[in-house]
Design a protein around this ligand. Structure first.
Ligand code: ATP
Ligand code: MG
Ligand code: MG
Ligand code: MG
Length: 522
């Protein structure tokens, strides 16, 4: 590619409304442009990276035995009514009507469509197991789209769905997908962790998330210092409580039943209570499952939610009867801060599997795999005839990867003060070819054209900077865009039939003979 024919679209200024580094760099490097909240146009450089990410995902999915399909973005509402999610899903689901006033949704995920498809296409156990995937646009009307494509409303997801007659078969495919995800993130050279996860509105029981570690990550991940345990904090907090805590909670319930109001209850207790759902929830369910946020939400979190002036107190410092009064009072009010805002466990807490203590790091969720069981297949009657000729409902797994989010997540891990530093496998271009003052020197132009032709012929992604720009401008642009390797052609080196190679990541510079340059890089 020649820059003169390309849309490089780099910018010097850091955009004011971009909060995190990947968002800033994606705008400055000319990768995306905002159309409206959560909606982005992919410019050529961004699209090249997006396609490289998608292709690695596709290759590893194919290798693991999954088969590619493509489903519509627009889905009829009746499928969602059948699964029960028309009621369940909430405002993230964008609902639209066609000209006949029939209801449709813009697909945030495709369990319904794939289950309907498979129930029509598959009739015998002999056709199982089956794992179908697509790489496609999703729409979620996120309450707070932010950080550019990291949390868009429209985004690209790889979603796979597998169908099985036995739990063993489901487990096998789940394990294969787990391994395929590890290969995907390893090939992209990302620092990632697989963690135990909550299966959220998708449903099901067994579930893992894959997180790219980065300080800007929206999720907190709890690691054990002494074992392989790693969980999304959302999940870790629902692990069993110690007996003293359970006793305290039981006391609170007794007090609450007396319905005494206490107007002096500080606000933070109300917040704790809303995090623990409601007192009725606590009573209806096992205490150990529901009430965890009550004991592990930290002082810092309360302060963060309430602002600095608040009278936050560590729950451990408050006597049980006092807590009981507060909670009883809180039960009479309607606090409405989401549990997610409060969820927190502390570094240094004992670890949930009994080994070591908790370390907390931040992560960006780039992948999520679930064992769904029969949640969708049962509601939508998706089954086959088994070996004895009896109709049996299938069990399902589903496996998502945030293809467009990975582009941003990779930048969070790979940048410096000059710009992006792409890992080779997902770089928009592998090599930047930078001739210095080519428009004033025929010799340089000839050498650059010849090397460009050679690199193109050997199939290397090369960006030939043939603009009439000062060398400094070219160097800066190529660094900002993050091209991992560059070749500079200048008069002085050319006197010795040499060119300069520079590595973006290490900064290492080497002189190469012109004749061996293509072989060195290709
Ligand atoms: P999050 O917790 O970040 O909202 P999620 O748990 O709702 O994500 P899933 O339903 O598990 O998302 O979807 C599979 C993958 O799609 C996620 O792991 C994530 O990488 C990606 N993804 C989800 N929402 C978005 C979004 N708004 N923008 C970009 N990628 C997204
Ligand atoms: Mg979400
Ligand atoms: Mg999530
Ligand atoms: Mg998820």
């Amino acid at each position: 590619m020649r820059t003169s024919q390309y849309l490089l679209a780099t910018q010097k200024e850091t955009p004011a409304d971009a909060e995190i580094i990947s968002h800033q760099l994606m705008l400055r490097a000319g990768m995306v442009r905002k159309l409206a909240a959560g909606l982005y146009t992919w410019l050529p450089t961004g699209l090249r990276v997006l396609n490289k990410v998608a292709n690695i995902v596709r290759e590893e999915m194919n290798k693991a035995g999954a088969v590619e399909v493509l489903m519509p973005v627009v889905q009829p509402a009746d499928l969602w009514q059948e699964s029960g999610r028309w009621e369940e899903y909430g405002p993230e689901l964008l609902r639209i009507k066609d000209r006949h006033q029939r209801d449709f949704v813009l697909g945030p995920t495709h369990e319904e469509v794939i289950t309907a498809l498979v129930s029509n296409e598959i009739s015998s156990y002999k056709q199982l197991p089956l794992n179908l995937y697509q790489i496609q646009t999703k729409f979620r009307d996120e309450v707070r789209p932010r950080f550019g494509v990291m949390r868009g409303r429209e985004f690209t997801m790889k979603d796979a769905y597998s169908f099985h007659l036995t739990p063993e078969s489901l487990q096998q495919t789940y394990d294969d997908m787990y391994k395929a995800y590890c290969s995907i993130f390893e090939r992209m050279q990302l620092d990632y962790r697989a963690v135990i996860a909550d299966s959220g509105s998708i449903g099901g029981s067994v579930s893992h998330e894959f997180h790219v570690l980065a300080a800007s990550g929206e999720d907190a991940i709890a690691f054990s210092s002494e074992s392989d345990y790693a969980a999304n904090v959302e999940m870790a907090e629902t692990l069993p409580l110690d007996t003293a805590t359970v006793d305290a909670l039981q006391y609170i319930l007794v007090k609450a039943e007396s319905n005494e109001e206490n107007d002096d209850a500080p606000e933070w207790v109300l917040l704790v209570l809303s995090a623990a759902h409601s007192l009725n929830d606590i009573k209806a369910e096992k205490l150990t499952d529901v009430a965890a946020p009550l004991v592990i939400a930290s002082e810092d979190t309360f302060k963060a939610v309430l602002g600095t002036g608040s009278d936050a107190v560590n729950l451990a410092d408050v006597s049980v009867p006092v807590i009981a009064d507060y909670v009883a009072a809180a039960a009479l009010k309607d606090a409405s801060i989401s549990a997610a805002d409060l969820r927190n466990i502390e570094a240094g807490d004992p670890s949930p599997d009994g080994k070591g203590s908790i370390e907390i790091k931040r992560g960006i969720e780039v992948g999520h795999i679930f064992q769904l069981g029969d949640k969708y297949s049962k509601a939508m009657n998706c089954g086959v005839l088994n070996e004895t000729g009896k109709h049996e409902i299938l069990s399902m797994g589903c496996y998502g990867i945030g293809v467009s989010r990975i582009v941003a997540a990779a930048i969070e891990q790979n940048h410096d003060e000059h710009g992006i530093i792409w890992p080779d496998p997902i770089a928009p271009f592998k090599i930047a070819l930078i001739p210095m003052n080519m428009h004033k020197s025929q010799r340089i132009q000839e050498a650059a054209e010849a090397l460009y032709a050679e690199l193109v012929a050997s199939g290397v992604d090369v960006l030939f900077d043939d603009r009439k720009e000062r060398p400094g401008v070219m160097f800066k642009d190529m660094e900002l865009v993050g091209v991992p390797h560059s070749i500079v052609i200048g008069e002085r080196n050319l006197d010795n039939q040499q060119i300069e190679y520079k590595n973006r990541r290490t900064g290492e510079k080497t002189l190469l003979n012109l004749s061996e340059a293509a072989a060195f890089i290709g």
